[in-house]
Design a protein around this ligand. Structure first.
Ligand SMILES: Cc1cc2nc3c(=O)[nH]c(=O)nc-3n(C[C@H](O)[C@H](O)[C@H](O)COP(=O)(O)OP(=O)(O)OC[C@H]3O[C@@H](n4cnc5c(N)ncnc54)[C@H](O)[C@@H]3O)c2cc1C
Length: 44
């Protein structure tokens, strides 16, 4: 069985918004965010 996976590069406003929205629309989707810095946006 294959799992659909979304890779997001960048964990600031745009990246975390996209990741959260994708997960809301498709809870079964595996979402991975790569962020080069030490923090991500938490208000997306
Ligand atoms: C001085 C200043 C003040 C601002 N003040 C406000 C404000 O008061 N209110 C407001 O709403 N907006 C403000 N903005 C605008 C706001 O910061 C941007 O619109 C918003 O941060 C854009 O988010 P983004 O996710 O599109 O891009 P970015 O914030 O640029 O995020 C990109 C992310 O991707 C990461 N990244 C980049 N390359 C890689 C890589 N190769 N691998 C992994 N991670 C990577 C970066 O580390 C970063 O976290 C301000 C902007 C500036 C410059």
């Amino acid at each position: 069985m294959s799992t659909e996976r979304l890779i997001v590069v960048g964990g600031d406003a745009a990246g975390m918004s996209a990741a959260a929205q994708a997960k809301r629309r498709n809870p079964g989707l595996e979402v991975v965010v790569f962020e080069r810095g030490p923090h991500t946006s938490y208000s997306a």
